[in-house]
Structure formats: C-alpha cells, structure tokens
Write a protein that binds this ligand. Structure first.
Ligand SMILES: [Zn+2]
Length: 139
C-alpha cells in the first residue's frame, strides 16, 4: 500500500553498489572485502574506508545479526511512509562485522530490543529493486 501520488523512494541500482542490489534480488547479501586489511566494506564503494586500498573482492555474507540500535518512527518524513507508522528504523550489526541501516519488520515495534537476534527479509519492491529488511530470528 502507498500514499497516492507519492512513489516509494528507492535506491538507484548503478555504480559501486550495483552488485549489492543484484545479489539482494537473488536473496543473498554480498559486500566487498578489502584484500589488504580484510575489512568488510559497507556501504559498497570503490575503496576501503580503513586503508584506502582499491583492492576489494566481493563475497557473500550471512544475514544473521542483532539490533545494534533502533528508533520507533511515529511521524513519517516522506509521504509514502505516512500509512506505515509506527515502524522500526534500526541499525543491525551483522555477525560478519558490518552495521546496516534498515527496518525491522514482521513484529510489533514494542517487541524490538537492542541485542534482538534478527534474520534478513528480502522484499521485492517496485522497479526491480529488492530491499533488505530484518525480522526477529526464528531459529
Ligand atoms: Zn583496507
């Protein structure tokens, strides 16, 4: 469901993040890892933010993680989200070692806690875009 007249804001699928978005569309999370210092790089970019090397190699990572921090959004900042409130905007820390901004779905906002174990949800949105959300872990 969406607010009439306001398309859902979506990312562009080109440039340095194209492979990330393509993998999400296939139900996987892929990120570049720095070959020089082994740091996982999120968001995807053409160099390592730690050592500035451009020697990166993409790899699939697990979507298992925990809620690092979160906020319950009651007032939408974009018209498309007006009928989605309240929802949980969160930063999830993956076991692989990166923190991603996201939304926690498939649970009441009051059930979300810092440290909650989560698993990925791949949501096919409009225009061929797949978005990455998280829900409480079922296992
Ligand atoms: Zn590096």
């Amino acid at each position: 469901m969406s607010t009439p007249g306001f398309p859902r804001p979506l990312p562009s699928l080109d440039g340095d993040s194209a492979r990330y978005w393509k993998a999400l569309g296939e139900g996987r999370i892929e990120l570049p890892r720095c070959v020089e210092c082994a740091r996982l790089v999120f968001y995807p970019r053409p160099f390592c933010p730690a050592c500035h090397s451009d020697h990166l190699a993409w790899e699939e990572i697990s979507g298992a993680g925990r809620v690092y921090t979160f906020s319950v959004v009651h007032r939408a900042t974009h018209p498309w989200f007006m009928d989605k409130t309240p929802y949980v905007y969160a930063v999830v820390e993956l076991q692989a070692g990166v923190r991603l901004p996201t939304t926690v779905v498939e649970c009441e906002p009051s059930a979300v806690r810092v440290g909650l174990r989560v698993e990925p949800v791949f949501e096919a949105a409009d225009e061929g875009v797949t978005l990455l959300f998280f829900r409480p872990a079922r296992r």
